[in-house]
Design a binder for this molecule. Structure first.
Ligand code: GLY
Length: 640
């Protein structure tokens, strides 16, 4: 059976560019991810592949590859283009993690452009704001944005093209417009009085003009954003972070004023504390990935301030002793046993994550201990197919939630210099936040990049300020609410007695779950780049894809399409996708009348992946129809 990405099909006619997104019969080898069930080989390329959650984003990256750019240039082009066409998820008002593998040197590292708390942030800044909705729509939640300096660093250090050229596709999309995709027009939920997109007059008018949803296919421009991008293209990243009115650089004024536009204003007058000095001081960091292994494959993923790598590796290592993929032993895809042990591994890892993982520039994250084999074999020892993990050696709290353990005795050596550690909780209304895209170029450089403004539409406010004459200067991009990834209540680490590792501190990065990941062959060659949005469920999307490829021997696109399971706490609530063919039976076997989990049903993530066959040099891509994912592979097939 040959399948195209569903939404790629739906939007294909709206594209000004040529696109492709189908798996076709082709010659292939039965190795990781190349061949799907039924023997259908994935479509192969050799001049580069870009996969993104929006077709215009994928096309922007492909254009840059065709102009001689490398994977780093293309990934930056995707990031800026997505700010135009998927503005609710990520953009220059936020930050992210760009995992890079350089073919020439074999080095793998990440540029961390995660937002930081302003110098004026306080541990109790969210205390008293009644709930997540109020907290996450408040200027208090806005972190100092990192994407512009992070991407500039990437281009200057590792790119082949000038920043101005790389930004050109995004400038064109913002200036000349694009045909609004179904997701662009439905995501604002214009009919809802609580729509996040409508939290300020400028954003409300842009996403819901006259209070109405934009019809799909309408050509939408964002001229203020085009102007902002032009300023960055002409004057560099500093034009975003420093005020220089002689050059027209006034973006920082709009960020600082934007984070005070809380709607409705907090009763005590609370607003964001970010200053121009916070913006000027922001610097990205280059971090070594956290490394682990799964059934002989090497995994490299995002170090703290993300919990991504540590939690992914914890879960996979606890799963390694089960014969996943062996249907004859009861561990086939979607079987009760498989989902049971995946759920309990996730619960244990998430209990540790809540206590130990945070910004390692500020707190002593025991990163080696958390993924130490001996620690994890003890931690996962009680997982037993056919039972829901309750008490067998794992302490519970009053609500029956699994508790963390203490990995510090397994912390046998200090971290390598330069390794720093960090993560995030999912909140209501976050389904539109964050975007993941992956790129490989013709030289074999690979990028796995997850970018975010946290919740869908961030705080729902465009950067902008009021001029002396009373007119409003709009910069056309949304401000993040990343600081709600901190603990919003005051917490204590139960093992150390100290302040909770992920409590707010000035200049600290909030814990993330973003897990831009790469899988390597036992010999250390890159095979796969992948990741997902979805708050804490990001971690579980990465685990599902890994298990689908390595254990269930799926083709790449099949692995992305397959139903996922997610558990994002030590509790017993699990999320299953309704794509499980046997969902009613699973609900019964895993639910109240079976193993006793509370089973919710919903979508999990949006994975974009690229795969490289190190023997043939062939490249493959998969995109996710849970959003509007698209693969653009080069060379383009004739007629496209
Ligand atoms: N904004 C999603 C995360 O950092 O986990």
């Amino acid at each position: 059976m040959v399948l195209c990405r569903g939404l790629a099909r739906a939007t294909a006619t709206m594209l000004a560019f040529s696109v492709l997104g189908c798996a076709h019969v082709d010659s292939g080898r039965e190795t990781l991810g190349r061949v799907a069930a039924g023997g259908v080989p994935e479509r192969a390329y050799d001049q580069g592949v870009v996969t993104a959650a929006n077709p215009f984003g994928a096309e922007a990256g492909a254009r840059i590859l065709e102009q001689g750019g490398n994977a780093i240039d293309a990934a930056v082009a995707v990031a800026y283009a997505l700010n135009v066409v998927e503005p609710q998820s990520a953009g220059i008002g936020g930050g992210g993690f760009m995992m890079i593998h350089l073919a020439a040197t074999g080095q793998t590292f990440a540029i961390d452009s995660r937002e930081k708390a302003p110098a004026g942030a306080t541990r109790d800044m969210f205390v008293g704001l009644p709930n997540f909705t109020v907290q996450s729509l408040s200027g208090v939640a806005v972190g100092v944005p990192g994407m512009v300096r992070g991407t500039a660093m990437a281009i200057e250090s590792y790119g082949r093209l000038p920043l101005a050229q790389v930004l050109q596709p995004a400038i064109e999309l913002a200036d000349k417009g694009f045909a609004a995709t179904p997701r662009f027009v439905t995501s604002p939920n214009c009919a809802s009085p609580t729509s996040r997109a409508k939290n300020s007059p400028l954003s409300a008018e842009y996403f819901c003009p006259g209070g109405q949803a934009i019809p799909a296919g309408t050509v939408v421009t964002n001229k203020p954003l085009a102007e902002t991008f032009r300023l960055i293209a002409q004057h560099g990243a500093d034009c975003f972070y420093k005020v220089d009115l002689a050059k027209g650089c006034d973006i920082a004024l709009g960020i600082v004023e934007g984070q005070t536009w809380t709607r409705p204003p907090a009763s005590d007058g609370r607003a964001g504390s970010m200053t121009l000095a916070d913006l000027e001081a922001y610097q990205p960091a280059v971090r070594a990935p956290i490394e682990g292994s799964y059934r002989g494959y090497k995994i490299k993923s995002m170090a703290p301030p993300s919990s991504g790598a540590l939690t992914v590796i914890q879960i996979l290592k606890m799963l390694e002793r089960f014969p996943l993929g062996d249907a004859s032993k009861g561990f086939g895809f979607g079987s009760v046993n498989t989902l049971n042990v995946m759920a309990d591994s996730m619960r244990l890892a998430f209990a540790d994550r809540a206590v130990w993982m945070a910004d390692a520039d500020f707190v002593p994250v025991p990163a080696k201990g958390l993924i130490n084999d001996t620690y994890l074999s003890g931690r996962g020892a009680a997982i037993t197919p056919g039972t829901r993990l309750l008490q067998q050696g794992v302490p519970l709290d009053q609500q029956g939630t699994l508790l963390s353990s203490d990995p510090r005795p397994f912390e046998t050596a200090g971290l390598a210099p330069g390794v720093r550690l960090a993560v995030a909780e999912p909140g209501p209304g976050t389904e539109n936040g964050t975007s993941h895209f992956s790129v490989v170029d013709k030289w074999g450089n690979v990028v796995s990049y997850t970018n975010t403004i946290e919740s869908g539409y961030g705080i729902g406010v465009f950067a902008g300020y009021t001029r002396a004459d009373g007119s409003v200067r709009n910069h056309g991009f949304l401000l993040n609410n990343e600081l709600t990834d901190f603990n919003t209540a005051l917490t204590t680490n139960p093992w150390t007695g100290s302040v909770g590792f992920n409590d707010v501190q000035p200049n600290k990065r909030p814990r993330s779950s973003m897990a831009p990941t790469m899988l390597f062959s036992p010999a250390g060659k890159p095979i796969l780049a992948y990741g997902s949005p979805g708050g804490a469920t990001i971690i579980n999307s990465v685990v599902n894809i890994t298990v689908n490829l390595v254990d269930h021997k799926m083709g790449l696109q099949e692995a992305v399409d397959a139903a996922r399971i997610s558990v994002a706490s030590g509790g017993s609530t699990i999320l299953l996708e309704n794509r499980f063919a046997n969902l009613p039976a699973l609900q019964q076997a895993l639910g109240a009348t079976g193993l006793g989990y509370t089973v919710n049903v919903g979508d999990v993530g949006s994975v974009q992946a690229v795969l490289i066959d190190q023997q043939t040099g062939k490249q493959y891509g998969a995109a996710d129809d849970r959003r509007e994912g698209l693969v653009v592979g080069l060379p383009r097939p004739r007629g496209r």
